[in-house]
Write a protein that binds this ligand. Structure first.
Ligand code: DGL
Length: 262
């Protein structure tokens, strides 16, 4: 019997927004969730160092868990290392998470779209290529946020959100130009959907906040196809924290997502 898991990786709790959707679509699959919290936040890393870290980390994880597929539930990592990972591990299937620029360009009515992401993701050539390829007729504003991923981590652990800090981070997304206004903000970091209600509350006007989690989960389901065994089970799936020491609040969060640590 091969009940190999689907591996989902992020730098912290952000990838849980993808796991949440994956569980709905694939209730009879096993998962292993990996939080590279020893490397958090990915958004501030120098590119070569982070790429090397990810290639080495996935090497260990693939040997340890023999997954059916790996979902990189992190824009900052995917836009940097997806190609290197596919080259390094050609037999493994990788599903990446990259800014939802194409659907945003298709849906916008005002022609003004903002992409809210980590400083790493907004700097990437990969992100610029997505804009050139899919959004050449749309005005795309890239907004790099230093603080939002950490605000999301803090919210998930303690329930507290500094709403003024959220406003300061999202404010540059809102553009008014010749009577037109930004109408879509792409959530291009998997941590951000946890804060979307606060973003809605603090936003200067209503916009569509694009969260790609469901699309990523669908892609994972397609990629895995009929491979492996599917069976309903009542067990918790493992969560791995690279720091080796998730605190009590973190252990409680992951239990809520059907995961156990240690
Ligand atoms: N969740 C990650 C992403 O989707 C980034 C958070 C971090 O900076 O580590 O980009």
């Amino acid at each position: 019997m091969n009940d190999a898991p689907i591996l989902i990786l992020d730098s912290g709790v952000g990838g849980l927004t993808v796991l949440r959707e994956a569980r709905v679509l694939m209730p009879d699959r096993r998962f292993v969730y990996v939080a590279d919290d020893a490397g958090f936040p990915y958004g501030n890393w120098e590119e070569d160092a982070l790429r090397d870290r990810l290639v080495a980390l996935f090497g260990d994880l693939i040997v340890a868990h023999e997954p059916l597929a790996c979902v990189i539930a992190c824009n900052t990592a995917s836009t940097l290392a997806l190609n290197a990972l596919r080259q390094s591990y050609p037999r493994m299937k990788f599903v990446g998470t990259v800014p939802a620029i194409k659907p945003a360009a298709e849906r916008t009515r005002s022609g003004l779209v903002s992409v809210l992401a980590t400083p790493g993701t907004v700097r990437r050539q990969y992100t610029q290529d997505l804009i050139d390829q899919w959004a050449s007729r749309v005005s795309v504003k890239l907004v790099g946020s230093v603080a939002l991923a950490s605000l999301a981590e803090r919210y998930m652990r303690g329930g507290f959100v500094d709403e003024q800090a959220v406003l300061a981070e999202i404010a540059p997304c809102f553009i008014e130009e010749n009577g037109r206004r930004t109408d879509i903000v792409v959530l291009a970091c998997t941590h951000y959907p946890f804060l979307v209600n606060r973003m809605r509350k603090m936003a200067p006007w209503p916009v569509d906040w694009l969260d790609p989690a469901e699309a990523i989960a669908r892609q994972a389901d397609r990629v895995v196809g009929d491979a492996g065994t599917r069976s309903m089970h009542g067990d918790f799936d493992p969560a791995v924290f690279t720091s080796g020491a998730p605190d009590y609040a973190t252990q409680r969060i992951v239990r809520g997502f059907g995961l156990r640590t240690g």
